[in-house]
Design a protein around this ligand. Structure first.
Ligand code: ZN
Length: 156
């Protein structure tokens, strides 16, 4: 399912403006559907929802850092939930009045991929709940390498 995506970068910060066709060529179908067509995955369908490890969550379409595991919490809503993004610039906020609801859509600050929505019923300190589709998140464990190193150190 993984396609070769030359636009994916964890270091590049310049915003990405591609046509729908260009995105379609580099994104797997399920990711294209959510990121570019503002789709929503089924609740409880994402393995990302259950991750409790320390690490960073990146935009699966472009590699932009979005959230850290410190701000992830169990919301019970069935989608990965966070109370704060990595930085102000990592997210774009857009009013969304579709489906008869007044919501705020959150998009990737670099490629404008649709991520999910933000609600005002989250935990302290922000009181916000970023409800995000797991399909658009790439997770990288930060502690894995360090733990292995420390284990070796103990044995030595
Ligand atoms: Zn992105």
């Amino acid at each position: 399912m993984k396609k070769n995506n030359p636009y994916y970068s964890r270091t590049e910060k310049d915003s990405l403006k591609l046509t729908p066709e260009e995105w379609k060529n580099v994104l797997p179908d399920n990711l294209y559907y959510i990121a570019r067509q503002k789709g929503t995955e089924r609740p409880w369908s994402s393995p990302i929802e259950k991750i409790k490890d320390t690490g960073i969550y990146y935009c699966a379409a472009c590699g932009n850092a979005l959230f850290t595991s410190d701000t992830k919490f169990e919301s019970g809503c069935g989608w990965p939930s966070f109370y704060e993004p990595v930085s102000k610039e990592s997210i774009i906020y857009t009013p969304d009045n579709t489906h008869g609801m007044k919501r705020v859509e959150v998009q990737c600050g670099r490629c404008e991929a649709h991520l999910g929505h933000v609600f005002e019923d989250g935990p302290p300190p922000t009181g916000l709940r970023y409800c995000i589709n797991g399909v658009v998140l790439d997770f990288e464990k930060a502690e894995e390498a360090r733990k292995q190193y420390e284990e070796k150190d103990k044995q030595a």
